[in-house]
Design a protein around this ligand. Structure first.
Ligand code: LLP
Length: 433
């Protein structure tokens, strides 16, 4: 099994977080998204403890809530001591609805609208992570109008290529995110920001990309950022208190993916940063990180019901499920690989090679191609592992397919944290004149 929270019961059913997925599918219907809450909590607390231990008090992980944003998730990570990163007013609204402390919220995004800035300021969020000059000016003016001084970080691009999928690589100079160090524009921006009213510059942010499996891209990015911070202290007399290294720790989707030890990797990054700061004779800044995927991805599993099994003679076999790109668009978007199990026959040999197809009117609506599962029959439950991050949060209603519910599993108990969407939900915004 791809992760330790996936096991097989005596009657051959796939279990997730110790629970029989076939029974859960019967109880809640399919498609069904399961979240192993104990594992989410364990991941969150590992980050909190490791960052405190290796980077010191004041350093903290922020949950990148784009990975899975719902009221319960903010409550869960908040109670484990994480702060959060939101990238839209919608995520901010959800976090506040969950009672998340506003001062522990960081507002990201490469184009915050005036409404976003207003909402963030009026909610008294902790920090904006500002992307560019236009945005900083907007925050400065609007904070000034309110007689406030808003703490901000500046998102900079360190010019690092983490060698991950192009679409999830963001730290390069040619990126829609942030302001480039290499071109001199970051320094010019800082010089301007330091003169602006209504804002307090607290430090810098960078994010190299996602699905990174070792410390090196983080250390490379930290080198560039720390060298730059030392340079800015000399050239502009400004010392940053905070360095935010973004998210990106990789997660194992299939057996061939590596495994990253969160604690060890944080320790290695910390050692590297401490040395680099010592070389510059500068104090180690407060370090922030923004894990999303590594908090929640392998805490997720999606369970479907097989509708049909179709073998095209001389070609291949399609297994059609009652979900697809509407609840998991990642194969369609990125060709992402997944591990698939026949949850009803998890003890049988996985020797049936097939393509798992969704039910949208779209040939590209596939979840996995060329995977091997125990030969399924119509009615069997099929489970796709490691669907906790960027599945529900990127789900859509294409073909007016309702989004699945999310059921959290904790200590042997199950509870619905997001209910299944209804057809009525889908026409809720339609004007029926
Ligand atoms: N911080 C910033 C500024 C980010 O842009 C991201 C991800 C994160 C943190 C969290 O990164 P993580 O720890 O989750 O790798 N939809 C894509 C992933 C897009 C990630 C965008 N930014 C996917 O499904 O793979």
């Amino acid at each position: 099994m791809i992760h330790s929270n996936i096991t097989v019961s005596d009657d051959g059913h796939l279990c997730f977080a110790g629970r029989d997925t076939v029974q859960l599918a019967e109880k809640y219907g399919t498609p069904l998204m399961l979240i192993d809450e104990d594992r989410v909590r364990e991941r969150a607390s590992t980050y909190v403890a490791a960052m405190r231990e290796y980077f010191g008090e004041g350093s903290a992980p922020l949950y990148a809530s784009k990975a899975l944003s719902c009221v319960a998730m903010y409550k869960i990570v908040g109670s484990e001591g994480m702060s959060v990163d939101v990238v839209s007013s919608g995520e901010l609204y959800t976090a506040l609805k969950a009672g998340f402390p506003a001062e522990r919220i960081y507002f990201h995004g490469n184009n915050k609208t005036a409404d976003d800035v207003r909402y963030g300021l009026d909610s008294r969020i902790g920090y904006f992570v500002a992307d560019n000059l236009d945005e900083v000016e907007r925050i400065s003016v609007m904070a000034g109008e309110r007689g406030m001084t808003q703490p901000i970080l500046l998102r900079l691009t360190p010019g690092i290529d983490p060698h991950t999928n192009e679409k999830i690589s963001t730290g390069k100079v040619d990126s829609k995110f942030g302001t480039a160090i290499e071109t001199g524009q970051a320094e010019q921006l800082i010089a301007r920001v330091l003169t602006m009213p209504g804002i307090k510059l607290c430090g810098f942010h960078c994010h190299v990309g996602s699905q990174v499996f070792d410390q090196y891209p983080f250390c490379d990015a930290a080198d560039i950022m720390i060298d730059f911070m030392a340079h800015i202290e000399q050239s502009l007399g400004y010392r940053a208190e905070i360095l935010n290294l973004g998210g990106g720790f990789g997660v194992r989707y299939v057996d061939s993916d590596p495994y990253i030890d969160i604690r060890d990797t944080i320790r290695l990054i910390a050692e590297h940063i401490n040395n680099r700061c010592a070389e510059h004779g500068m104090p180690v800044p407060r370090i922030l990180m923004e894990p999303g995927r590594s908090i929640v991805a392998d805490s997720g599993m999606t369970v479907y019901t097989v509708g049909s099994v179709k073998t095209i003679a001389g070609y291949k076999s399609y297994v059609a499920i009652d979900g697809g790109m509407t609840d998991n668009p990642r194969y369609t978007l990125y060709g992402s690989k997944y591990t698939v199990y026949n949850a009803s026959r998890a003890d049988a040999p996985a020797d049936f090679k097939c393509t798992v197809a969704g039910r949208c009117c779209e040939s590209g609506d596939l979840i996995a191609e060329g995977v091997s599962v125990a030969r399924p029959q119509s009615g069997d439950k099929l489970a796709v592992a490691v669907t906790g991050a960027y599945n529900y949060s990127m789900a859509s209603n294409y073909n007016r397919v309702p989004r699945p519910p999310i059921v959290a599993l904790r200590g042997g108990a199950d509870r619905v944290i997001v209910r299944r969407e209804t057809y009525a939900d889908m026409v809720a915004c339609d004007i029926d004149e």
